[in-house]
Design a protein around this ligand. Structure first.
Ligand code: C2E
Ligand code: CA
Ligand code: CA
Length: 754
């Protein structure tokens, strides 16, 4: 406010100086004219007066010129100079009556009129400053009126009074004028301030417009772009030239065009999504907001659009979304997305009244590959499996990886009849078996896997997704049990067998504590000494309700559930106890007792210690123990397991390679891993008399045994012909029903004693 007042004072000083030149000029002119008319009545003091008037006037003119030259500084000095000049010149004219008035009435009247004229002129030029105006009029008119009163004549008195009356009038006029001038000045100042503010905000706005990190474009009611910033052109990857006057009607994207048009209908238009620039073809993801712009009368003049390039954000969002719903190794959908797709497939099957299928896949032997060759190779196999599966399936099918080597496939659209749908699934599953049985080649390794597939078929959404998954999983499990590399369809009975399995598992858990497990012994006969060398321990489970259960029915379950570890530990202790007893009863008669050892037991870190503990506890000479292992044990973790075997062999315990010929039978393994005994599988002995292949194979095994200096035992000999044939081939050790079935310890004891 104060600043404003100062500004206005400055302005009024400018006005004072602005008018000064002409008012001084006119007073000089008046002075000169009066002097000219009064020349006949010449007096020296009149000349002095005129010189003084001219002198003061020229000083004032000079001051006015300097003021202008200095660029109208509006300073206090000039104000004082102005006042001084004004006072002096008004005094000069005010007292001119005492100097210039004569006895000639006409001349005096003329002088009075001149004084009034000067008063009028001064009033206009001083109208910006009330105080100065008042001083001026006072100093001009009162001395002059006084000089008139001095004539002491009625006429002069009247003229004096008229002059005073004039003073009042002209003061009032002057003050009114002053008010108008002041108002005018205030208005001017306000206007100037407003304009300055406007310019500032315009500047600020320009700067935002030009440098904003978003694209801004203005368009009129005809959808023509009339202004836009650089960023806008940059986002659309086009040039200023192409965009200038571009008609938005040409846009191909209706959603975008609608958002733009909405703003012209007094709504806010918004669009977020993919956008292909019409001018450059650039594909981006944009967020655009359009708002209307108004005229003074509130009608819409056009609109402004703000465009943000969100391509990066969108890409990151997509990536995050992808990560959340996909398996990072194979890029396939994960369990979360699978569930969602399965729900969709179910509702689609309801809508279209067709069947769909859910396939559960598990790679056979994957764990072995992973353990033997490392996770790196395992990962490669999983990736390639994913690729192969994706290749043979249709786009609408889903392949997901839900962990480890488990893959799940949804075939959402089969047929309307269950039979043809099943046929369609079996075609797909055949394809899967085929494509996954092709060897995986990696560097020097050629690896083979196969798949077990469980299938469940659905045609409604009655069954929830979790149950469907469980059913397919159960079917897959059945496929594995049935011998791998096959497809099984889920049947309700499977659930029953699953439940049975669970019940069995619970019973088995309790079997040790309830003394239901019994070791049986099957003698092994030595042809050379014609006597029993020892026996193989074979486990039996005598269940109070289910009766005698064969190992084939519970050992695999025990292995799967890891119950084989407590069972195995218990058996080793039990055998050692029995062995200690037999050693006391008939020393020298037994060469060894063999025990079947599962891979799960060997994998346990404390296996060696467990054995040592038992040997010590029962004081068993280690050479009396033979551990039977299958070749397949070695595939997984050859190094670790062969180390344990060597450790135990160093202590004197012997090892037998069981079921020889059925597994990998790699001679490399045999060479690296020293065992003491080879047991030829029963399947090669069965037909040894008739089958040439079996004969060849068995004789090969016998010669390997000979070379590596290992005992070779023929398992499952049931008749004399087999024995004679085997003897003729050089076999000396036999085990089989011909000699004895597996028998309880008591019976075996009698057999040796006898
Ligand atoms: P295996 O180690 O190959 O045992 C030999 C199997 O052949 C035994 O079956 C035995 O009864 C049977 N056998 C022996 N001679 C003949 C014959 O002349 N004819 C016929 N048909 N069979 C004969 P079993 O006792 O049913 O055992 C089956 C399998 O269960 C065993 O095969 C072994 O792998 C496993 N097993 C048995 N007990 C144990 C154990 O305590 N621990 C572990 N880990 N596995 C065991
Ligand atoms: Ca065995
Ligand atoms: Ca065997």
């Amino acid at each position: 406010m104060l600043k404003n007042k100062k500004k206005i004072d400055e302005e009024s000083l400018n006005l004072l100086y602005h008018h000064l030149f002409f008012s001084v000029l006119s007073s000089v002119m008046v002075g000169l004219v009066i002097s000219f008319f009064l020349r006949h009545n010449f007096h020296a003091y009149k000349v002095v007066w005129l010189v003084l008037v001219l002198f003061i006037s020229s000083i004032r003119v000079a001051a006015s010129l300097i003021y202008k030259k200095m660029g109208s500084p509006g300073s206090a000095h000039f104000y004082i100079i102005f006042i001084a000049g004004l006072i002096l010149s008004s005094l000069m004219w005010g007292f001119s009556g005492f100097i210039l008035l004569s006895s000639d009435l006409l001349e005096n009247m003329m002088l009075s009129v001149c004084i009034m004229g000067i008063a009028v002129g001064g009033t206009t030029s001083l109208s910006s400053d009330r105080k100065l105006l008042f001083i001026f009029l006072l100093l001009l008119l009162f001395p002059f009126a006084t000089s008139l009163f001095l004539f002491e004549s009625e006429l002069y008195n009247l003229m004096g009074f008229l002059l005073i009356f004039f003073f009042i009038l002209i003061s009032i006029v002057g003050f009114r004028l002053n008010k108008m001038v002041q108002e005018n000045l205030q208005y001017k100042e306000k206007h100037k301030n407003t304009m300055e503010k406007l310019a500032k905000s315009e500047n600020r706005f320009r700067s935002i417009f030009e440098h904003a990190p978003v694209g801004i474009f203005y368009y009129n009611k005809n959808l023509k772009i009339n202004e836009f910033n650089e960023e806008f052109a940059y986002i659309l990857d086009t040039t200023r030239k192409d965009l200038t006057n571009f008609n938005l009607k040409q846009l191909k994207n209706d959603e975008v065009l609608n958002a733009i048009k909405n703003a012209l209908e007094n709504k806010t238009g918004q669009y977020e999504g993919a956008y292909t620039s019409l001018l450059s073809g650039r594909k981006i993801w944009i967020l655009m907001v359009c708002s209307p712009l108004y005229n003074d009368d509130n009608t819409i003049s056009g609109a402004v659009g703000i465009v943000q390039n969100r391509t990066d954000v969108q890409l990151i969002e997509e990536k995050v979304r992808h990560l959340a719903y996909h398996d990072s190794l194979t890029g396939l959908p994960n369990r979360l997305l699978l569930k969602d797709r399965l729900e969709k497939a179910q509702s689609s099957s309801v809508r279209h009244k067709h069947f769909g299928a859910l396939l559960f896949l598990d790679l056979d032997n994957f764990k072995n590959i992973n353990d033997t060759l490392g996770h790196h190779i395992g990962d490669l196999i999983l990736k390639e499996t994913a690729e192969r599966l994706s290749m043979i399936l249709r786009d609408e099918d889903t392949v997901a990886r839900i962990g480890g080597d488990e893959f799940v496939i949804i075939l959402p659209r089969l047929h309307r009849e269950p039979e043809s749908s099943t046929v369609a699934v079996s075609l797909v599953s055949d394809k899967i078996h085929k494509v996954l049985s092709e060897p995986f080649k990696h560097m020097d390794n050629t690896l083979y896997t196969s798949t077990s597939i469980g299938v469940t078929i659905f045609s409604s959404d009655d069954t929830n997704t979790d149950t469907l998954m469980k059913n397919a999983d159960t079917a897959m499990y059945e496929a594995k049990r049935a011998g791998r590399s096959r497809t099984h369809y889920f049947k309700e009975e499977m659930n029953v067998s699953m439940e049975k399995r669970l019940a069995m598992e619970n019973h088995l858990r309790l079997a040790i504590g309830r003394n239901e497990l019994i070791p049986y012994f099957q003698p092994i006969y030595n042809m050379i000494t014609n006597s029993i060398d020892g026996a193989e321990t074979l486990l039996r489970w005598k269940h109070p309700e289910m009766g005698m259960i064969a190992p084939a029915d519970f050992i695999p379950l025990a292995e799967e559930t890891n119950l084989i570890i407590p069972i195995g530990n218990w058996l080793i202790e039990e055998v050692c106890r029995t062995l200690a007893d037999w050693m006391r009863k008939f020393p020298e008669k037994l060469e060894y007792i063999s025990i079947n050892i599962s891979v799960k037991q060997l994998q346990k870190d404390n296996f060696v210690e467990t054995i040592e503990k038992n040997i010590k506890k029962f004081n068993i000479p280690p050479h009396l123990l033979v551990f039977e292992i299958t070749e397949n044990i070695l595939i997984g973790n050859f190094k670790k397991i062969s180390r344990k075997i060597s450790e135990l062999r160093e202590k004197g315990i012997r090892f037998a390679l069981d079921d020889f010929g059925t597994g990998y039978s790699s001679l490399t393994y045999l060479k690296k891993l020293k065992v003491d005994i080879i047991k030829i599988d029963r399947s090669f002995i069965m037909d040894i008399v008739n089958d040439k292949h079996d004969t060849a194979l068995v004789s090969a095994i016998l010669s390997i045994g000979d070379k590596f200096q290992m005992e070779v035992i023929a398992e499952g000999v049931e008749d004399l012909n087999q024995i004679e044939q085997l003897i003729s081939m050089g076999c000396s050790y036999f085990q089989g029903y011909y000699y004895s079935r597996p028998i309880p310890s008591g019976e075996f004891e009698k057999m040796i004693a006898g």
